[in-house]
Design a protein around this ligand. Structure first.
Ligand code: ZN
Length: 188
């Protein structure tokens, strides 16, 4: 990622919105924005295999494993504005489990890209599925989108909830209901 090129573009953006990029408060803004974008998009420069790095463990468990309330911070691809909320992941292991901190890092890896919430949810579900070869996976995410809250329709309180279910979470209704019961009603 060419941060000095991004800084140049941000400087041009400041001019186009009617600002003076040379005034005191803005002098280093292009560099700060470039550094922030490097962080907000670092997921493009990560891959799940390296990230998980062997943190998958053999286990007899065949019960449902739930990680609740994982924080999500992402950027919508339509407006390049933040959306944020919480994500709940459940899976039924066959013979492997993954460390809960790695689940959170998987969420981050996909969230630190330009996203739509539906795809982010599905990517997390598929990543968990392939990391542990789970019998089934469910992911539910509830987020507030600043592009909706601050502009356009200005729906300040609206929350979007998305879900992705794979394997037994998809085709066994009792499994899906157990998952939804265990995560409770998701709040952003
Ligand atoms: Zn948007």
């Amino acid at each position: 990622m060419n941060q000095s090129r991004i800084a140049t573009l941000i400087r041009e953006l400041l001019v186009e919105i009617g600002e003076n990029p040379d005034r005191e408060g803005l002098q280093r803004t292009p560099e700060r924005v470039a550094a922030a974008w490097a962080e907000l998009t670092r997921g493009y420069r990560e891959d799940p295999t390296t990230l998980i790095n062997g943190a998958v463990f053999s286990a007899e468990a065949n019960n449902m494993i739930i990680a609740r309330d994982i924080e999500v911070y992402s950027m919508c691809e339509h407006h390049m504005m933040p959306f944020f909320g919480r994500c709940h992941i459940g899976y039924i292991a066959r013979d492997m489990v993954i460390g809960v901190s790695k689940l959170a890092r998987l969420v981050d890896m996909y969230a630190r890209r330009l996203q739509i919430q539906e795809r982010l949810t599905a990517q997390i579900a598929h990543a968990v599925q392939s990391a542990v070869n789970a019998e089934g996976v469910g992911v539910v995410m509830s987020c507030r989108h600043l592009c909706m809250m601050m502009r356009g329709v200005e729906k300040h309180e609206s929350v979007m909830t998305t879900s992705s279910v794979l394997g037994s979470f998809h085709h066994v209704q009792s499994t899906r209901l157990e998952f939804l019961h265990l995560i409770g009603s998701p709040k952003p």
